[in-house]
Structure formats: structure tokens, C-alpha cells
Design a protein around this ligand. Structure first.
Ligand SMILES: [Zn+2]
Length: 238
């Protein structure tokens, strides 16, 4: 298990050119340091303030977030486009951790969303699939071709609902759509059937909209084939 780790770096202020040392968390272990969880979620962990003029900036750099109690690790690697992490040393270090969800994410929003999903005890693959399916309904409602951005913003198992905040249209207007948990439940069974290979991968992987589109495509194609086969056997019987 990775402990919290800090590196120190001198950063030159873009406003006044003075240098201020920054403490960068390259690894955060919230099992041992619960306070770091709140700091990660409100992004103060990544904030840097110039000691001379007070200028503040959010620093963007790779951070590995560990929550062993909730059995997940999220590695924020700004702008990463790979499906799998290509860091052999890191893979080697964590390869024996069984039944731990290991994810890579390209930005702060998906970083925080993954933390929320796993803390809620949800399956992020099924959440992505649900988000995608509901985004199609939201797009239809607004009469636009698609809605590509959104995140899980609410989960309430007692009220049997989950909610997604989408960014709709060119102006990216936030729009909240809630859904019954049955839709999520359906996604869980689709994922359990079609994503067995990804579920068994030992490394860090990227589970996002693109991934969900692929699963949804395979699901729809599978249903078409099943329908065609059913029609064929009906014809043969007749
Ligand atoms: Zn400054």
C-alpha cells in the first residue's frame, strides 16, 4: 500500500516572478490521513499560493489516491489517453492487491467522481453505462444530437434514486436528471455479462464514456443477434 508522499518544488509566480516552495502530494493515503480526503475533494490539496503577492493556482500533476478501506485507488494523470497505465514499476508494486478497483482518470472532475462512486459502494462501470444511457434520453429531451459530459452527483439508496448532472448544449448548461436504481441494476447485469475481461484486469484502467459506448454497442448488437436467431428458429418451426 502506498503511503502519503510529498515532494517539494519551487514554483515561480506567474504574476510577480517571486519563487515559493510548493508541497505536492504525489500520493495520498486517506485510510491513514482522513483529512486529506476533504482536501482532495475541495481541491485545496492542489492549491498553491504565492507568499509574496497572494496569487493562487491549482497545480495539475499526477496524484495517486488510495482508499484501502473502500478498496480503491484512483490515479489522476492529467490528460492521459491510454486505456491502461503503462507504468511497469507501479503495476508491479500493486499487482498483488486483489479485489481493489484501480482506475486512471484524466481530470479533476472524473477524479472526484470516482471517489464518490467507490465511497458509495457502487460499480463505476455500471455507473458509466447508466450515465451514457440516461444521457441519450436527456439529449432527446433537449432535441440535440448528444450530451457527452456529465457526472454522478447524487446517490440515495433509501429513496431508490441516483442523479447525474449533465452539461447540455453549446453553453454547457448544467442539467440534473435523476433515475430509478433499477436502471443502474440493469447496467450492473450488463457489465457483469460483457465486461468480464476488464473486471479481471489487474492494472489501472480508464473507465469512462468511451468505454461505456463500446459496452453499449456490444450489448445492442448482442440483442439484435438474439432477436434474429429467435425469428429464424420461429420460421423453421413454422
Ligand atoms: Zn506572486
Amino acid at each position: 500500500m502506498a503511503n502519503s508522499n510529498i515532494i517539494r518544488k519551487n514554483i515561480v509566480c506567474p504574476r510577480c516572478n517571486e519563487t515559493t516552495e510548493a508541497a505536492l502530494y504525489t500520493s495520498v493515503n486517506v485510510t491513514a490521513r482522513r483529512d486529506l480526503r476533504a482536501q482532495a475533494m475541495n481541491e485545496s490539496l492542489f492549491k498553491w499560493t504565492c507568499k509574496n503577492c497572494g496569487y493562487t493556482a491549482r497545480l495539475t500533476y499526477p496524484v495517486l489516491y488510495n482508499d484501502m478501506k473502500n478498496r480503491f485507488m484512483v490515479y489522476l494523470i492529467p490528460k492521459i489517453e491510454h486505456f491502461q497505465l503503462a507504468d511497469k514499476a507501479l503495476e508491479e508494486e500493486f499487482k498483488n492487491l486483489k479485489h481493489i478497483n484501480k482506475r486512471i482518470v484524466p481530470d479533476f472532475n472524473s477524479f472526484k467522481e470516482k471517489i464518490f462512486i467507490f465511497e458509495s459502494g457502487l460499480d463505476d462501470m455500471a455507473v458509466e453505462l447508466t450515465k451514457l444511457a440516461i444521457s441519450e434520453a436527456v439529449a432527446a429531451k433537449h432535441n440535440i444530437p448528444d450530451v457527452t459530459e456529465g457526472y454522478l452527483s447524487m446517490y440515495n439508496s433509501e429513496n431508490n434514486t441516483m442523479g447525474f448532472t449533465y452539461f447540455v448544449g453549446e453553453e454547457k448548461r448544467p442539467y440534473v436528471q435523476s433515475a430509478r436504481l433499477e436502471i443502474y441494476g440493469k447496467s450492473v447485469s450488463v457489465v457483469n455479462e460483457l465486461a468480464v475481461k476488464d473486471k479481471n484486469l489487474k492494472g489501472f484502467i480508464r473507465i469512462d464514456r468511451e468505454w461505456a459506448e463500446n459496452i453499449l454497442y456490444r450489448y445492442k448488437r448482442g440483442r439484435q443477434v438474439a432477436r434474429r436467431n429467435a425469428e429464424q428458429s420461429k420460421e423453421e418451426q413454422e
